[in-house]
Design a protein around this ligand. Sequence first.
Ligand SMILES: *Cc1c(COP(=O)(O)O)cnc(C)c1O
Length: 445
Amino acid sequence: MNKTELYRNAGISEDVFRYGEACLKELEERFRTIDERAEYNQIKVLSAFQSAHVSEACLSGTTGYGYNDIGRDTLEEVYARTFHTEAALVRPLIACGTHALAIALFGNLRPGDEALSITGRPYDTLEEVIGIRPARGSLREYGVTYREVDLKADGSFDLEGIRAAISDKTALVMIQRSKGYASRRTLSVSQIREAIRAVKEVRADLICMVDNCYGEFVETEEPSDAGADLIVGSLIKNPGGGLAPSGGYICGRKECVENASFRMTCPGLGSEIGPSLTLNRSFYQGFFMAPVVTAAALKGAIFAAALYERLGYEVLPDSREERHDIIQAITLGSPEAVTAFCRGIQSGAPVDSFVTPEAWDMPGYDDPVIMAAGAFVMGSSIELSADGPLRPPYNVYFQGGLTWPSAKFGILRSLQSMLDAGIISPDRLSADLKSTCNRTAITVE
Ligand SMILES: *Cc1c(COP(=O)(O)O)cnc(C)c1O
């Protein structure tokens, strides 16, 4: 069986397959750069394993209080060494990224303090943590106030606005690296460096906390290399490498991480307790795999951008620009298109490929959200997944893919699904294909 037949048997028409191959031709150079970055990050992680003396004993876990959990403590040292921080918390006790961010905020803010977001409105689920939307137990209920400074129209930091917003009350500055569910650009580590420098020039004692979700290992530096006091993320995204079944991390300055630890467990106990149970092996192995898994996800994102921008959809980022996270936003323009796209992604998954996703009211989100995720780990978005809140302009956010070939397959499936639903006409595809073939003279075996 040749490749075209293989794909046809797997539900991808010849036109869709050929269309994908034509797009790929133009991405070779980009993919090489991604592989080089993955190599750099892989050696960075491997060196951290070696200098922290990861041993076989680290791979098993503890129960009960988890005192003297060598696997847990060494894993935290591996994270700290990789991200160049004084300390780290990497725990299954941390339920998700939002929880990690909430712990970092509650642990480092006191009544009367103000948190200042300098990347505008934060990720949806944080609105309730902060109390932007009224919620029981929010920071606001504990007397912590909140302010935000929007990014400028071009997506860069409003340094003047930031300087002006810092007051005596300001205690912590929040920076969200990734766009989340917003139509803006993801920030680069070098932009974050510049913003942190501006903040520290006003008040050197301010804690700069970066929501690093989806950003890990995309560049060769992390925000912790750029002056951040805290970086926070989820293990069912990049750093879990697809193998961590749950968990979150908080890395940064010792005092800030300790403050967070007293919120993670309780005052007095901090990071001393919390068993790793049976999870150490998958946490280590996932972190070890994370650089190449992130690279696979990046290739998928760029491929999706290339595919859909040629069909005239607005994509962010586009297929040529520099990447700072693994998220690909595509503006599909209608709820039907978002639904067809997500159903295609779902049908390309290794698990639950036969189910049909529907939009639902997810806890923590304001609008109904449709999600496609046929994942080994429930809700994991380092695995091939797509989600979109059903609100104009009907963006779909695509991310993940544990391996590049499976990411490619899922994206081709999304296109097939859009065709089958009548959202994209077959003529449109073949016309574009004809002009492409003339241009690059591709051959398909
Ligand atoms: C995923 C994410 C979070 C946390 O989400 P969880 O679903 O709670 O893990 C926070 N901020 C950003 C930018 C994210 O992408």
